[in-house]
Design a protein around this ligand. Structure first.
Ligand code: ACO
Length: 451
């Protein structure tokens, strides 16, 4: 692999091709420790980290690795599901702009798209709706399991545990290499997450659980399981149901985010999709990820009124915490989902009345977007900035916000999981480390140890 180094007209390192001329399809690396030059082929705008392993100082050397805490610059997979251009503020599922999907499709249509690569025909959609609808019931033992939680248990804690517990009810789910079994578990999970979510909500209130209603659409059924009391059939408000469906579309997938990475990582050990989804949901719960929507509401409560926004922004700039719902690893522009949520909020507020927190949020956004600190760091509102304000107006307590995020994201996690399972290049996920501990040392007898 050692090649002669050469400099091109711009002084860049290049490698002489056999028939003359420079090879532009590879990266040439000169290792100054050995003066050896290596050709690393480009692969779709990246280099393969394993190609660096050839760069060694001698036969005893392990070879070069990359160091990339938090995966700031590492692609872990090929994926054809979701495309994001963070600089331009573009989000597409399977090539379709999020704005068009939010306007023209239902959540279950979008879930089908994520999982199958194409939008369904009318017949395919009817079949898919029927399959999901017939998997919304929970095994009765799940109810007993949920009853074991304290009255004030956080809904996300109950949601995550219940997802993992479902693995005990469907042991065949471990057969992850069988496509038919996989598809059955996918339908079960997408069908059951609203039911689990509703049960966690009613558990906190001490209300009896409501069984799914197969005559209702996916968001309407969730509303029924959440809010039905003694009436024979719950009559969902169509504007609220559509708003919920749009929110579900916006949250359905977001390529290799923290929880999708967990889904793939846990799934890579061939764990079943119920426990992998539980793990992904656990990652989502963190305040830097899907738990941010709950934190935004707490922050707006703390600010209290519009007049106190400038002082709050100053405290953030002085290093006292982060502005929750702002900033994103990928978006360095306005998050397109936040824009759609803002429009959807208007329609919800016509029914529910304006959430007074909206005024504070709008003022926060206005001041932050004009402030040098936020401009310089390209910090814009993300999906979580406005979603909580709508959820609260709809009647949800902040503890339910992340659960509402997890319901639609289940479709995205499962699409990512299945793509990983069938990808012949994927193996068990197992990063390397740079060891910084002691070299070998011997155990000292207890009486000779000093603190
Ligand atoms: N408020 C104030 N400053 C911020 C914020 C914020 N919300 N976000 C980032 N910054 C600052 C950082 O302090 C850092 O400043 P520095 O360069 O002076 O040190 C700079 O902007 C870069 O930020 P990083 O933390 O390096 O960015 P990273 O990509 O690691 O983090 C994250 C992204 C976690 C989303 C971050 O912006 C954040 O914590 N935001 C608030 C929580 C939130 O809203 N999370 C939801 C994200 S969307 C989702 O997961 C569904």
């Amino acid at each position: 692999m050692v090649k002669q180094a050469a400099l091109d007209v711009n002084g860049r390192l290049a490698v002489e091709k056999k028939g003359g001329g420079m090879d532009n399809n590879c990266l040439s690396i000169l290792d100054k420790r050995t003066n050896a030059t290596y050709e690393i082929p480009f692969h779709q705008g990246t280099i393969r980290a394993m190609d660096l392993r050839k760069i060694k100082t001698g036969t005893e050397d392990f070879g070069l690795m990359t160091y990339d805490p938090a995966f700031m610059n590492t692609a872990s997979c090929h994926s054809a599901i979701t495309f994001i251009d963070g600089d331009k503020g573009i989000l597409r599922y399977r090539g379709y702009p999020i704005e068009q999907l939010a306007e023209k499709c239902s959540f279950l249509e979008v879930a089908y798209l994520l999982l199958n690569g194409e939008l369904p025909t009318a017949a395919q959609l009817n079949d898919w709706i029927s399959i999901v609808t017939h998997h919304t019931m929970l095994h009765e033992s799940t109810k007993h399991f949920l009853e074991g939680f304290r009255y004030d248990a956080h809904p996300m804690g109950m949601f995550i545990s219940t997802l993992a517990a479902l693995a005990t009810i469907y042991p065949e789910a471990r057969n992850v290499h069988d496509p038919v079994t996989r598809r059955l578990q996918i339908a079960r999970l997408i069908g059951k997450v609203p039911t689990i979510a509703a049960y966690t909500y009613r558990h906190g209130l001490g209300y009896p659980y409501v069984y799914p209603d197969n005559d209702l659409s996916y968001p309407e059924n969730l509303m029924s399981m959440l809010w039905k009391m003694t009436e024979p059939q719950f009559k969902p408000n169509p504007v609220m149901a559509r708003a919920l469906d749009i929110l579900f579309i916006l949250h359905a997938d977001h390529e290799q985010n923290c929880s999708a990475n967990v889904m793939r990582s846990v799934g890579s050990s061939q764990a079943d999709p119920f426990v992998a989804t539980a793990a992904a949901a656990a990652a989502l719960w963190g305040p830097l990820h899907g738990g941010a929507n709950e934190e935004v509401l707490r922050m707006l409560d703390e600010i209290g009124c519009k007049d106190r926004v400038p002082a709050y922004i100053e405290s953030i700039k002085a290093g006292k915490g982060k502005l929750m719902g702002f900033g994103h690893r990928i978006y360095k522009n306005y998050d397109p989902r936040a824009r759609i949520i803002k429009q959807t909020a208007e329609r919800v507020f016509e029914i529910t009345g304006k959430n007074p927190k909206l005024e504070i949020a709008l003022e926060l956004e206005r001041i932050a977007l004009e402030d040098e600190y936020f401009i310089k760091r390209k910090l814009y509102p993300n999906v979580d900035f406005y979603s909580g304000i709508i959820y609260q107006a709809m009647g949800f307590p902040p503890e339910m916000f992340t659960v509402l995020f997890a319901i639609p994201r289940t479709a995205g996690w499962l699409a990512q999981w299945e793509e990983m399972v069938v990808d012949p290049e994927q193996k068990i996920a197992r990063p390397r480390q740079i060891y910084t501990g002691y070299s070998k040392r011997d155990v000292v007898p207890m009486e000779k140890r000093v603190a």
